[in-house]
Design a protein around this ligand. Sequence first.
Ligand code: ADP
Ligand code: ZN
Length: 657
Amino acid sequence: MRPEEILKKRWGYDIFKPLQKEAIEAALAGRDCLVVLPTGGGKSLCYQLPAAMGKGLVLVVSPLIALMDDQVAAAREAGLAADALHSNLKSGPKREAYRNLASGRTELLYVSPERLLVGDLAEDIAGRAVLIAVDEAHCVSHWGHEFRPEYRRLAEAMDRVPKAARMALTATATPAVQEDIRVQLALREPEVFVGHPDRPNLIYRAFPRRDQFKQTLEAVRRHSGEGGIVYAQTRKDVERLAAGLKEAGISCAPYHAGLAAEERRKAQEDFVGERLDVIVATIAFGMGIDRSNVRCVVHANTPRSVEHYQQESGRAGRDGLSAECVLFFAASDLAAHRYLAKKDLMSPERERAVERQLREIGRYAVAPVCRHSLLSGHFGAPYPPVKSGRAEAPVPHFFQKGQSAGPVPDGSSVKEDNGDKYPEPEEARGCGACDVCLGETKGLPEEEARLTAKKALSAAWRTEGRFGTGYVVKLLLGKDDERMARYGHDKLQVFGLLKDAGEAAVRSWIDQLIVQDFLEVVDDRLYPLLRITDAGRALCRDEGSVRLGAPVPPKAEVKGKKKAKKAGHTLAAVLRTEDEELFERLRALRRSIADKAGIPPYVIFHDSVLIEMAASKPQTLYHLRVIKGMGGQKLEKYGRLFLDAIAGESPRKGVRS
Ligand code: ADP
Ligand code: ZN
């Protein structure tokens, strides 16, 4: 059978996603390759499909032991003879895995790197392994963000299986990491397939943080009943946010390294099993999470780097359906990261790298520029993706131009009531899926930005770097403070100069000036002090240029909120209200099957399959079979059950479909 036929028969998909076919063909021809595809790009199929060709054993090396059982379950649902070998395995499944391997039945074997490095496993499979796939291959690189020393020894183990082709897979794409992977895994003249990093189904939003809890709750509420992850910086923040959300009626649990292992395990399992909607976590959470229908990822604090942000936010919308990623930014988060980083002794080189990363994520969060284009740019890719060559952006099933991740079905795009006041920045046209392009954050016109910046900068200049941000904000707002009078600052020209803008805007502008290096926060022995930089002084002399974004004024915000809700809400965008109820019923059925089988619900069907069922209400196995993602074995195993559920309450019962 040809790969296309297997794709259809086993997985129920008609076409390959970008670069899947190329990677599969390389593997089948025995060539080494490096596959860089964003999360949700369909990396697993690149090695699972060759395993289904019946040409020999495919070995998958992955550091994510926590995920392996779910991956094995998913592969088995596609009808593959799959097993895993790792240290957490119970004795029953372990014996079975060895028995299958010995009898030659195994088609796909997941192993931890440690397991491959010890004993004779490599020699045992050398005769029949056709492909060794190394997942999360960036772990081999010091340049990446998850270096694993044991990954450096994989090449040695793979050398003992010389005939097998090697496939390295990762979502992290910087050229330095790619080169490291190639060298460290000793890839032999590999073909390199790099997909576009953009995730068109994600809506990105970044706003200045005003009220962490309130803003987080608002974002989570846009996705009530759906899966969400909230990331916060400290355990204390996690506890506080989780308690607040719970009190507000959200099904949620905290997750951080300070909790008992048992409690963490339960939270994770409940989340994956869809018995829990929202996890509030420090970054300790996520590596082991493959739930495909996470509909929002909220960063209540700023992450450490754009790479971290891409990875953490990337846990949203793996199924290709619309999902939302919101970041609430404050410059003080960057200071906290800097402080933590400095606690570890760092080389000057490392220190510079940390500074650069903080500046980059700060810029991402405050620049009034299309966030999709900023993220793509960070990873060196043009935006919008160029429609030629192999590196074409994946277009998920429900994503179409004009009806993108932020579909506003009634055509009331926020862009239209943009008013004349704020022209859209050049880059901001048309992604339709970020706060800037949706008109929720607006760039100030050049002149206004310069003037505003100069006002804020002169306040910092006048106070001679002897006060903190809070004081400078008060000065610009013209607030009474006994210190103002004491220092004679209430007599300064800058006193009350930005009074009309309001505190939130002034604070945000100062943050924006910090990340653009016009202001800096210096640590005094007692307080962090705000100081103007050389670049800031130059700007005051009209040298250089500045960008400032303005939070949407309060009146428009009410409107924006309604629209944001629509733009962020996922199901309403694809299902009519009456079908939503059926969808929920199908979801409940899926959950009960999953519970009984002890596997995660998404392994049975993705949300997209349930959505199509709810919308098209198939009445026969034949009609069910055409749904994308309905593999042959799944149809046999679950088809009847779902048809019954659909027929049970279908208003169109008895009508020809
Ligand atoms: P990654 O590992 O790159 O994050 P996955 O392998 O988890 O991505 O795949 C993401 C989703 O895309 C999965 O739900 C998978 O079933 C689906 N998928 C994979 N290949 C295809 C395809 N050719 N057509 C449609 N969906 C696909
Ligand atoms: Zn945009």
